[in-house]
Design a protein around this ligand. Structure first.
Ligand SMILES: Cc1cc2nc3c(=O)[nH]c(=O)nc-3n(C[C@H](O)[C@H](O)[C@H](O)COP(=O)(O)O)c2cc1C
Length: 206
């Protein structure tokens, strides 16, 4: 029986997608659901994802992504953007979590101070954008795992010019693209075997 763990060994960063093959809308929804349910620091979900199927937009992005064919040959291209407006996000989060209750809203107010203090003390160097980028990468990981679970191929990509991609998509100021994920079906099997360091390199059991 295929298990999630064996699917993780099956998956690979697909270089050649079959442009003729489509991904079911329902499967796409499942992948987006995995992103939606991924954990994030303080639960703020400080990211936004563009889900692109439009061929013309993908063509334009490809020019700013080292002409990688995955961008255009995959069925969907997800552009993960990190938010830079954390304070606004906290307010939106409080509104959402309070369910319209003024009392609950009041109870949530300390979150602003707690997050502010956390950002000041714990991540002063990389700053807020670095922190929200890390949250976006967790969501990327969940999307990669969901693809594997569904036996859908994928390729994460950092090889692109974020500024140009933001311009191409008309990304608003409070968002910055950080990583791409191409989703579709492989045309070819992987050319190389998986390269993974052994357990004793990766893990220390104490
Ligand atoms: C954050 C990130 C960025 C990556 N960027 C690219 C990329 O721009 N182009 C590409 O072909 N592969 C890219 N990869 C794929 C990696 O090269 C690949 O995951 C790695 O070599 C391990 O191989 P595997 O995923 O097939 O097991 C990226 C992977 C990650 C996680």
């Amino acid at each position: 029986m295929k298990t999630f763990l064996s699917n993780l060994e099956w998956r690979f960063a697909t270089k050649k997608f079959d442009p003729e093959k489509t991904v079911d809308k329902e499967d796409l929804e499942k992948i987006l659901r995995a992103i939606r349910y991924s954990p994030s620091s303080f639960g703020l979900q400080p990211y936004h994802i563009y889900v692109i199927s439009d061929r013309e937009i993908k063509q334009r992005i490809k020019k700013h992504a080292m002409m990688q064919s995955q961008v255009t040959d995959s069925r969907y291209l997800l552009v993960f953007c990190a938010r830079v407006d954390v304070n606004k996000r906290i307010s939106s989060y409080i509104d959402l979590a309070s369910d319209g209750s003024a009392t609950k809203k009041l109870l949530f107010q300390p979150l602003k101070i707690v997050v502010g203090r956390f950002l000041k003390n714990n991540i002063p160097k990389e700053g807020t954008p670095g922190w929200t980028t890390r949250q976006a990468y967790i969501a990327l990981g969940f999307a990669l795992a969901a693809c594997a679970e569904l036996l859908i191929d994928s390729c994460p990509m950092e090889g692109f010019n974020a500024k140009k991609v933001d311009e191409t998509l008309g990304v608003p100021e409070h968002l910055k693209s950080v990583v791409l994920l191409a989703i579709g079906y492989r045309k070819d099997e992987p050319e190389h075997k998986k390269v993974r360091f052994p357990n004793n390199d990766l893990f220390t059991h104490l």
